[in-house]
Design a protein around this ligand. Structure first.
Ligand code: HEM
Length: 128
C-alpha cells in the first residue's frame, strides 16, 4: 500500500475547508494583517483552499486553475514583514487548534508552513 499524505492524515477535503474557515476570520481581526486583505474574502478563501489541498499532498486543485503557484511572486505587491509572517502563523496555529489538527500530521504541516511564511517575507519590519 502507499504512504499516506499529510492531506489524508488530517482528514482530507473536509478538514482543509474547516482550516480555511477558521483561519480567515482571525486574519480579518488581526491589526497587522487586516489592512492587506480585501473586504470580500471569499475569492481568497477559495484560492487558499485549493492551494493548501495540493500543498498537503491532495489533488492539484490550485495549479489546475491558476497555474504554477509562484507564491512569493504573488505576494510581492504586499509588504510582508517578519512581524506579519509571525502574525499569519499565529492565526494559522489558532485555526489548527480550533479544527483539532494534532499529532504527526500537525507537525509535518506546521514545519512546512513556517518555511513558507518566512519565504514570503519581502519587507523589513521598520518599513512595513
Ligand atoms: C494571497 C497575505 C503567507 C498562501 C494572499 C493575499 C495576501 C496575503 C494579502 C492576497 C489577497 C488578495 O487576493 O487580495 C499573506 C501574508 C503572509 C502570507 C501577510 C505572511 C507570511 C502565505 C503562506 C501561504 C499563503 C505561508 C501558503 C502556505 C496564499 C495563497 C494566496 C494568497 C494561495 C492566493 C494567491 C493567488 O492566487 O492570488 N496572501 N500571505 N500565504 N496567499 Fe498569502
Amino acid at each position: 500500500h502507499s504512504i499516506e499524505s499529510t492531506y489524508e492524515k488530517i482528514g482530507g477535503d473536509r478538514t482543509v475547508r474547516r482550516i480555511v474557515e477558521a483561519f480567515y476570520p482571525r486574519v480579518q481581526q488581526h491589526p497587522l494583517l487586516k489592512p492587506l486583505f480585501p473586504e470580500d474574502l471569499e475569492p481568497v478563501k477559495e484560492k487558499q483552499y485549493r492551494f493548501l489541498t495540493q500543498f498537503l499532498g491532495g489533488p492539484p486543485l490550485y495549479t489546475s486553475i491558476h497555474g504554477h503557484p509562484m507564491l512569493r511572486a504573488r505576494h510581492l505587491r504586499f509588504p510582508i514583514t517578519p512581524q506579519r509572517a509571525q502574525a499569519w502563523l499565529q492565526c494559522m496555529a489558532e485555526a489548527l487548534d480550533e479544527v483539532g489538527v494534532t499529532g504527526e500530521a500537525r507537525d509535518e504541516m506546521w514545519n512546512r508552513l513556517v518555511i513558507a511564511a518566512h519565504h514570503m517575507v519581502n519587507t523589513p519590519d521598520e518599513a512595513g
